[in-house]
Design a binder for this molecule. Structure first.
Ligand code: ADP
Length: 494
């Protein structure tokens, strides 16, 4: 006999697979954006942003450098002119300056202008002195510039201004000069058009280099991403190749990177799915196999029944009821096993193990005429499903009764040791041969040499106990000496 808890039939892994395939069939196919396209477009976008930003930064810094260079140069000219003015002596004649015009002439003669510079001397608001023909630029030839400068040359203060005309982009120093009632102004002009053009040329070259770099980055990214994503592609193909008929495909694992870890995890998941599906198939086989026998037995007896013989009718009826009872127990066992793969198979609560031990003993006493006793009580609270643990424990008690002689001792007990709680059933029954110890855990496997002849049973009892322990994260320990007795221990983590 086995202890059974009625349960609802479950789809199990096989059912889940069918449901999943149905889902896939009705889900609309969205256009596929590959991971590669995502990664490469992101990389190209980032590279483009980086080169554009650095290009802008370089451009701005260059312009600033040009401007500050020119302004610094104009400041230098202003301070040289101021020095000459303070000195008041014409360096060419050794005589003191007598007019603004004389000062301007001396300054202009002294100044060595660069190729993009030019000077003018204004005397009483009009152009008094111009630079020699060989100087880089002649500001007096740019009318727009002259119109811009003229209001400043009669002023009191010195200015450094920027001004753009059709002929150039100028930085202009205007420095008023006063000598003994005569007024004038020194105008020094730097045209930065060429320098800006050079900078623009450089920026165009930079833009080309940047475009080529982004193209090269995209190409390299394509090759690298292709290589990196190859395992994912294999993973995808393996996943597509797998269905409930063939769960044997595995993803090849290369290297030790994240993708290798993912591939290993994927393979482990496939192992679990394969085991679950195999379990469901075995269960279906067991159901067919186990139910066929009682049906054949009942049918055989009904066919041979002598309906005129009341004794035969009563005997056949008893046998049929007996077989049907056995079928009922069997179906309950099978349903419990089917339910064991569901997430709500166990519903743990904090439970006092000592109290549970006493309750199980009380229930077990009804299973058979034995000397029932307790040899230890663990006074600890543990997180477990009391109904399922009681079911497992009573299953072990039922086996102890089944495989021991009437009147022999059966001892229950519980103990807490380290981070484990142990609950056991010890009998003085027929025991199990060492070679059978592991085999009897398998579904529908029963020890071959059962002393004393045939003992009825489905061979599912220990399997149910194991399922309950696995669902609790625990295990079932079996120790036995043939002919002396066995101890079955439920070990649970606390
Ligand atoms: P069943 O008892 O229905 O055959 P179980 O899964 O409960 O199925 O047990 C499997 C086998 O383990 C039994 O057939 C029996 O050979 C052996 N077994 C289980 N419990 C005991 C026990 N207390 N003493 C000896 N043998 C046992």
């Amino acid at each position: 006999m086995s202890i059974a808890v009625a349960g609802r039939p479950c789809l199990g892994a096989l059912g889940v697979f069918h449901a999943h395939n149905r889902d896939m069939a009705i889900r609309p196919q969205l256009p596929r954006v590959t991971l590669r396209a995502h990664i490469i477009s992101t990389m190209v976008l980032m590279a483009s942003i980086a080169v554009v930003l650095s290009g802008l930064l370089i451009g701005v810094l260059q312009q600033r450098a040009i401007t500050s260079d020119v302004v610094e140069h104009l400041e230098e000219i202003r301070s040289r002119a101021n020095l000459l003015s303070e000195d008041g002596i014409d360096p060419f004649t050794g005589q003191p300056f007598s007019s603004a015009s004389q000062f301007l002439q001396a300054h202009l003669r002294r100044t060595i202008s660069g190729p993009d510079e030019g000077e003018l001397g204004f005397v009483d608001g009009k152009i008094g002195w111009v630079g020699p023909p060989e100087v880089g630029i002649h500001p007096e030839r740019d009318i727009e510039l002259m119109v811009f400068i003229s209001p400043y040359v009669m002023g009191e203060s010195s200015y450094i201004q920027t001004y753009r005309t059709h002929k150039g982009y100028y930085h202009v120093l205007i420095l008023p000069v006063r000598y003994q009632g005569s007024t004038g102004a020194l105008v020094h002009v730097v045209d930065i058009t060429d320098r800006l053009d050079q900078s623009t040329q450089m920026m165009i070259a930079y833009a080309w280099v940047a475009v080529i770099s982004v193209i090269v980055i995209a190409g390299l990214a394509w090759v690298m991403v292709d290589r990196l994503l190859r395992p994912i592609e294999q993973l995808r193909r393996a996943a597509e190749a797998i269905d409930e008929r063939d769960l044997t495909s595995r993803v090849p694992v290369h290297g030790r990177d994240d993708l290798a870890v993912l591939a290993r995890a994927f393979n482990r998941m496939l192992d679990r799915v394969q085991r679950a599906v195999q379990g469901q198939r075995d269960l279906a086989d067991d159901v067919g196999h186990e139910l066929r026998t009682p049906i054949t037995v009942v049918r055989g007896h009904l066919e041979l029944i002598d309906s005129t013989d009341p004794a035969d009718v009563i005997a056949t009826r008893d046998l049929a009821i007996d077989e049907l009872d056995r079928m009922g127990v069997l179906i309950n066992d099978l349903l419990t096993l089917a339910k064991s793969s569901e997430s709500d198979f166990v519903q743990p609560v904090f439970t006092e193990v000592g109290l549970l031990t006493e309750q199980v003993l009380e229930k077990a006493k009804a299973l058979g005429d034995r000397q029932w006793s307790i040899d230890g009580l663990a006074n600890v609270m543990t997180f477990l499903d009391p109904a399922r643990i009681t079911q497992a424990w009573l299953q072990l008690c039922s086996n102890a009764v089944k495989y021991s002689a009437p009147g022999s001792a059966i001892v229950l007990g519980s103990r807490s040791e380290g981070d484990e709680v142990m609950m056991w059933v010890r009998d003085e029954g027929i025991g199990i041969a060492p070679g059978e110890l592991e085999r009897i855990r398998e579904r529908s496997v029963r020890a071959r040499d059962v002393a004393g002849g045939y003992v009825p049973g489905s061979g599912l009892g220990l399997n149910i106990v194991e399922s309950i322990m696995t669902a609790h994260g625990g295990r079932l320990d079996i120790s036995s000496v043939l002919g002396e007795g066995s101890t079955f221990t439920l070990r649970l983590p606390r």
